[in-house]
Write a protein that binds this ligand. Structure first.
Ligand SMILES: [Zn+2]
Length: 60
């Protein structure tokens, strides 16, 4: 199955909270801003960019 999250798509997506770019991490999109680092799920190939759905990063 083709990966629907292409680099082109990733390039136009941004964290809804802080507007930073997102990075792909397995089945998650992770905010690249160090102070934010919210993690958004990808469901059925669709990134769920909602703060209500985001997971906080695990403590370092
Ligand atoms: Zn963010």
């Amino acid at each position: 199955m083709d990966d629907p999250i292409t680099d082109d798509l990733l390039a136009i997506l941004a964290c809804p909270k802080c507007k930073a770019p997102l990075a792909r991490q397995a089945d998650l999109l992770v905010c690249t801003r160090l102070e934010c680092r919210l993690r958004y799920p990808i469901r059925d190939g669709i990134p769920i960019l909602l703060m209500d759905e985001a997971e906080l990063p695990s403590p370092a």
